[in-house]
Design a protein around this ligand. Structure first.
Ligand SMILES: C=C(O[C@H]1C=CC=C(C(=O)O)[C@@H]1O)C(=O)O
Length: 366
C-alpha cells in the first residue's frame, strides 16, 4: 500500500494526470499514469484505456490511453485507514428553497403530461483543503468495497472521486451486461418499496431493454432485487445481452443517459434539465472506467495439455460505471453531486431528504 500512496502523492504534487481505482470486491488497486499531461479525447470505441465521460450525450470521453500510460496494479493487502472525518456541511436554507422549487416544477411538468420521469440534481459546495488523494481512495475502498471507487485527476479538469454502485456496461466477447438501478431508501428503513419507487425503477428497466433489443441476439432480464450501496438501498434489475455485431460505442449512445440519471423521454428530459437545473453537472452522471483492457482468461483444466500457455487467452473487456456518489475538488473547494428520480408521485421534501442521504456517501470520507 505504501508504494501506491507514494505513486499517487508523486503524481498529485507534480500535478500530473492519474487515475487509481478499485473494482467491486477486487483484490487489487489499478492505476493509469499517463506519460504526458496532454488532454486526449477518445476517437473510437475500439481504443484501449481508462475513459472519463461527461453527462452531455454528444461529448467525447477523455481517455488515458493504455499505450501511452504506465498501467500498474497494487495488491490490496489488509489495511485500516484511520478515518478522522468530522466534516459537516451546514444545510443552506436558500439552497433548499431553490431545490424544492425545482422539484415542484419538475412534478408539475410531469403532471402536465410533458414528461414521465426527470432525474433532477444539485451540487453541494464547501471549502476544503484536500491534502492527500491516496488517503481519500483508501477510505473509499475501506467503506465501500462493493462499489467502483476511484480518484481521477487531470490538471486541466481537476480531481474527481467517487463510489459508484451502478455499472453501465460490462462486455466480455459478445456478452454485454448492464443494470437498471433506481429507487432509494436508507439501509435501516423498515418499510416496503412504494409504488412510486417500483415505478421509477421499472421505467429504467423498460427503456434499457427497448434500447438493447435491436442490437441483441438474446436478452435476459433478471428478477428485481434490493441492492445495498453504502448506507442506502436501491432496486436493481440485471440485463444481459448477446450482441448481434453492434459496436460498444453505438450501444453507449443508445443507453446513455439512461432514465436512472436523466429521464423519459430522454431528449425532452435532457432539455428540461439544461433549462432548469441551473448548474453544470460536468462529469457527474457521465460514465467512466476500463475500455478494452486485457482480461486474462484461463481455460478449464479439461482442455489443458502440457503446452499450458497455449490455452491461456487474453480477451479484452470493458467495465464502465455511472459516475454517481461523487465529488470534485477545485480551487480549495469540494462539490458533492446528488440527485434523484422524480415522477408524478414524488413529494418534494422527501426528494430533498434523499439527496441529503446520498451526500453522506462522500461526506463520510472527507
Ligand atoms: C441520480 C442518483 O442516483 C440514481 C441511481 C440510483 C437511485 C436513484 C434514485 O432513487 O433516484 C437515481 O436514479 C444519484 O445518486 O445522484
Amino acid at each position: 500500500m505504501q508504494k501506491l500512496r507514494e505513486h499517487i502523492e508523486e503524481r498529485w504534487s507534480s500535478q500530473m494526470p492519474f487515475v487509481a481505482y478499485h473494482l467491486p470486491n477486487a483484490t487489487d488497486v489499478r492505476c493509469f499514469f499517463p506519460k504526458d499531461s496532454e488532454l486526449h479525447y477518445l476517437q473510437r470505441y475500439d481504443e484501449a484505456g481508462f475513459i472519463f465521460s461527461s453527462f452531455e450525450p454528444s461529448s467525447q470521453p477523455i481517455v488515458f490511453p493504455e499505450v501511452t500510460s504506465k498501467v500498474l496494479k497494487f495488491k490490496l493487502i489488509d489495511y485500516e485507514v484511520e478515518s478522522k472525518s468530522k466534516f459537516r456541511i451546514k444545510e443552506n436554507l436558500n439552497e433548499k428553497e431553490g431545490y424544492l422549487k425545482l422539484l415542484t416544477d419538475a412534478i408539475d411538468t410531469i403532471k402536465a403530461d410533458e414528461l414521465i420521469k426527470i432525474v433532477v440534481s444539485r451540487k453541494i459546495s464547501a471549502e476544503y483543503d484536500l491534502q492527500n488523494p491516496a488517503q481519500l481512495l483508501l477510505e473509499l475502498i475501506q467503506f465501500y468495497p462493493e462499489a467502483f471507487t476511484y480518484v481521477w485527476f487531470h490538471p486541466d479538469v481537476g480531481l474527481w472521486a467517487g463510489a459508484s454502485p451502478e455499472f453501465l456496461a460490462k462486455t466480455y466477447r459478445t456478452q454485454f451486461k448492464t443494470m437498471a438501478l433506481a429507487g432509494t431508501k436508507r439501509a435501516g428503513e423498515d418499510r416496503d418499496w412504494t409504488e412510486k419507487e417500483l415505478d421509477e425503477q421499472q421505467i429504467v428497466t423498460d427503456e434499457i431493454v427497448n434500447g438493447l433489443k435491436k442490437h441483441s441476439k438474446t436478452l435476459e432480464v433478471s428478477e428485481r432485487k434490493t441492492d445495498k450501496a453504502g448506507g442506502l438501498l436501491h432496486l436493481r434489475t440485471d440485463i444481459t445481452a448477446t450482441l448481434e455485431s453492434a459496436k460498444l460505442g453505438d450501444i453507449l449512445k443508445e443507453l446513455h443517459p439512461t432514465p436512472a440519471v436523466c429521464g423519459l423521454p430522454k431528449e425532452k428530459a435532457y432539455k428540461y434539465l439544461q433549462a432548469n437545473e441551473n448548474y453544470d453537472r460536468r462529469f457527474y452522471t457521465g460514465y467512466f472506467g476500463e475500455l478494452n483492457m486485457p482480461h486474462h482468461n484461463q481455460r478449464s483444466s479439461r482442455t489443458r495439455n502440457q503446452e499450458n500457455q497455449a490455452y491461456k487467452s487474453i480477451v479484452r473487456a470493458s467495465n464502465l460505471y455511472v459516475n454517481l456518489r461523487c465529488m470534485n475538488y477545485e480551487d480549495g473547494k469540494i462539490n458533492i453531486y446528488v440527485g434523484g428520480g422524480i415522477t408524478k408521485d414524488s413529494i418534494p421534501e422527501e426528494e430533498w431528504t434523499e439527496t441529503v442521504n446520498k451526500s453522506r456517501t462522500m461526506l463520510k470520507v472527507l
